[in-house]
Write a protein that binds this ligand. Structure first.
Ligand code: SF4
Length: 762
């Protein structure tokens, strides 16, 4: 009673609960949570790859602390990293395998779950061919698990319809690198943020999505000029020396226009171009339609600013262009990446300290998916159809050559289409949640209902898992071991700190166990494999001599050095900071990069009288993807409990709403109700922003099926929508020339491009 009275009067300061005690490694920490041990590891959320320690007490993860010695983060972590231990014991965890009985998921045993999955996979392969099995994985597994999964799917199940959710975020960067430089592989290093004279951040809101990268910019002694190119005045734009508010989806035209100016002014690096590239003359001719006037009209950026940005590429010693989803998630994503790379090739701003094009990856191990083989390549960036590469692969892993796929399979969206057509009958989804993250949700839900079998392997009960016929209960970060590779090709060690919760198993163990259900497959593919190190050792052999060479990496070296950047081999025992320095040639036949002729086109779905505004979607620092990992972490949900819509004051006036009111959004595909309003100048009139994380306000109900034809990446960033408020239930009405301020430029520019097409065909 006395305690209650003290508490009520505010005299109880809960001294026991908040008592601090001295920890030999981290100083004063919470006494209640003081760990028995600290386990060296790496953050399992984003592609920055922060080093950290997991505090373990009584066999449970109780703390996460940044590793002060780690190059990437020097002891700091963002809110997700700081609370990461909380996801391990989340009430959202799937703690036992489950199977659907009479339309309801019920707990089952591993034996029954494996028997069901394997018997159905075999039946479907017999009746419809092996390609009738599709697999969509993630960027969240460990490299050892990706390698094991890819090997089992491609060589064991014999299907090449295997993609990752990484196609929703990084595929355009992958294809752009291949198109321009001959291979996938991020060029630069975080150290380049510390050395550049000019840093362009293009469609990259690093303050929310990769916050720790700002530390590297803060360390830059050159006082770099920071140019932020984005339709939205994001938190990152607030730190810019020059903010360039570009009209939505006109970035490719901008980069072509900058290349035009550089050539027009003779600012290019002729020596570099001659020695290292092909296609200069063709590009010069191609760019004649991207005059500053035309590009200004398309992008909304004034001509003087265009010249100023172009000048930065040549007036400074080192220029870094970093981009993320604003560039990649585009129906012209691959070509936009190539247009950025063109700028760096023209000016020789590549392969040097502080210089280069730099794609910042989204997930902790998106790189692992890309390197170890999936829809776009065999392991080690080996191309499908390359007989020598296929033989090399078969010889190293000791399998018959005829089981190595010779052509690429379906990309993510093509797998979904194939399900819709009835061609793919079984889908195995690993650690991803398309029923929040993919476009056009109503259609997707109907498509998935057509499957004979949906298997979801996940640590959390996701929206997609709820629909599954079988759920394979996976262990998560902190419960398993292996490596992640971050945006700068740095391979980092992630250790097991605690035992897998309940009846869960590491993804590595699940794949190995499942492979035993298929005659001879386990013996052929995984002979005497027991631990992730077995996969890692084979992966090292397979990567040897490839650009992504891991052959010199050991688990011990990773802990000693806080990660190592590939290629790492005998010649480069401590890895490589940047690619395409003079001793690392481009991965093309003649070892020269390509200056690629690419064109800008208006959006397939333009704004109209019915849907006159443009919706932009993205992320917020407090939440992770579809919130499967973060939705039960109190501190993150207190900070960002639900979706919101940013709208410009001029649109708020028309809708007669203020911050805190609630409105609805609609598109040609559906409607999202009850979204809280934030009135802000950060979005331009007739454009809005909504974070995509929330299944309660499922914004991907609105997004459309427009994909980059080369990468298959969806154009998440621009959707034509309408807003509905209490005062304006039917939505806003605009005159044609007001609609998003875009209609006019689209028309003019479209005619320009058409004119050019006509000229070229003459
Ligand atoms: Fe983890 Fe990324 Fe945050 Fe670092 S920045 S703590 S890697 S989520």
């Amino acid at each position: 009673m006395i305690t209650k009275i003290k508490d009520f009067l505010g005299f109880d300061i809960k001294a026991d609960k908040y008592k601090l005690s001295n920890d030999s490694q981290f100083g004063m920490i919470s006494d209640e949570k003081k760990p028995d041990k600290w386990v060296f590891s790496t953050c399992g959320y984003c592609g920055v790859g922060c080093g950290l320690y997991i505090g373990v007490k009584d066999g449970k993860a109780v703390y996460t602390k940044g590793n002060p010695k780690h190059f990437v983060n020097k002891g700091t972590l963002c809110p997700k990293g700081l609370s990461e231990h909380e996801l391990v014991n989340s009430p959202e965890r799937v703690t036992t395998p489950m199977m659907k009985v009479n339309g309801k998921l019920s707990n089952t045993t591993w034996d029954r779950a494996y028997a069901k999955v394997s018997s159905e996979f075999k039946r479907i392969a017999n009746e419809h061919g092996k390609g009738a099995i599709g697999v969509i994985s993630t960027g969240q597994l460990l490299t050892e698990e990706f390698y094991t999964l890819g090997k089992f799917v491609q060589l064991g199940l014999g299907t090449n319809n295997y993609d990752g959710n990484t196609t929703l975020c990084m595929a355009s960067a992958v294809m752009g690198y291949k198109q321009s430089l001959g291979s996938d592989g991020p060029v630069g290093s975080y150290e380049d943020f510390e050395k550049a004279n000019t840093i362009l951040l293009i469609g990259a809101n690093i303050s929310d999505n990769h916050p720790i990268l700002k530390l590297h910019i803060a360390k830059n002694k050159n006082k770099p000029k920071i140019i932020v190119i984005d339709p939205r005045s994001s938190k990152t734009a607030q730190m810019a020396d020059m903010f360039v508010p570009i009209k939505p989806r006109t970035d490719l035209a901008l980069f072509n226009g900058l290349s035009y100016i550089i050539m027009e002014q003779g600012w290019e690096d002729e020596g570099y171009i001659k020695a290292n590239t092909n296609g200069y003359k063709e590009l010069k001719k191609h760019l004649q339609n991207y005059t500053p006037g035309e590009v200004s009209n398309i992008t909304g950026i004034d001509v003087k600013t265009l010249y100023e940005i172009a000048r930065q590429f040549t007036a400074q010693d080192s220029v870094l262009s970093a981009w993320t989803m604003g560039v990649n998630q585009s129906f012209m994503g691959t070509d936009t990446v190539s247009a950025i790379i063109n700028l760096h090739l023209l000016t020789g701003q590549i392969g040097r300290e502080g210089a280069g094009p730099f794609s910042i990856t989204g997930q902790c191990n998106a790189m692992g998916t890309r390197e170890t083989g999936f829809t776009s390549s065999l392991p080690g960036y080996r191309n499908f159809g390359d007989e020598k590469a296929a033989k090399e692969y078969a010889d190293i892993v000791n399998v018959p050559l005829d089981i190595v796929p010779t052509e690429r399979g379906y990309k993510y969206a093509e797998i979904i289409d194939a399900i819709d057509r009835g061609e793919i009958k079984a889908l195995w989804i690993v650690a991803t949640n398309p029923l929040v993250s993919f476009v056009n949700q109503d259609k997707l839900r109907k498509t998935l209902a057509k499957l004979d079998l949906l298997v979801v392997q996940d640590a959390f009960m996701s929206d997609t898992a709820e629909l599954a016929d079988v759920v394979l209960s996976a262990a998560t970060w902190g419960e398993k071991e292996g490596v992640y590779t971050n945006s700068e090709r740095r391979c980092n060690r992630a250790n097991k700190a605690v035992e897998p919760l309940g009846d869960t198993k590491s993804d590595f163990d699940i794949i190995l166990d499942l492979s035993k259900e298929f005659d001879g497959v386990n013996e052929l593919l995984f002979p005497s494999w027991e631990k992730p190190i077995d996969a890692f050792n084979e992966w090292k052999k397979l990567s040897k001599g490839q650009l992504c060479d891991y052959s010199g990496i050991t688990y011990e070296l990773l802990e000693e050095h806080g990660g190592i950047q590939w290629p790492c081999n005998e010649e480069r025992p401590l890895g490589t900071k940047r690619l395409y320095s003079p001793d690392i040639p481009f991965r093309t036949k003649d070892e020269k990069a390509s200056l690629v002729c690419v064109d800008w086109f208006p959006m397939a779905e333009s704004v109209s009288g019915d849907f006159p505004l443009i919706l932009n979607t993205g992320r917020t620092v407090e939440q992770w993807h579809t919130r499967t990992k973060t939705r039960s972490i109190d501190i993150l949900n207190d900070l960002a409990p639900e979706a919101w819509v940013d709208i410009n004051p001029s649109d708020a006036d028309k809708l007669e709403v203020k911050s805190g009111d609630r409105i609805s959004l609609s598109s040609a595909r559906g409607r999202v109700e009850d979204v809280v309003v934030r009135v802000t100048q950060s979005v331009a009139p007739s454009t809005v922003f909504v974070p995509f994380h929330f299944n309660t306000q499922l914004v991907n109900t609105l997004t459309n099926e427009s994909f980059c034809p080369k990468s298959g990446e969806p154009n998440f960033k621009q959707t034509a929508i309408q807003l509905h408020s209490h005062s304006c239930p039917d939505g806003l009405e605009f005159k044609e020339d007001e609609i998003s301020g875009v209609i006019e430029h689209v028309k003019t520019a479209y005619e320009g491009i058409k004119r050019k097409e006509k000229e070229l065909s003459v």
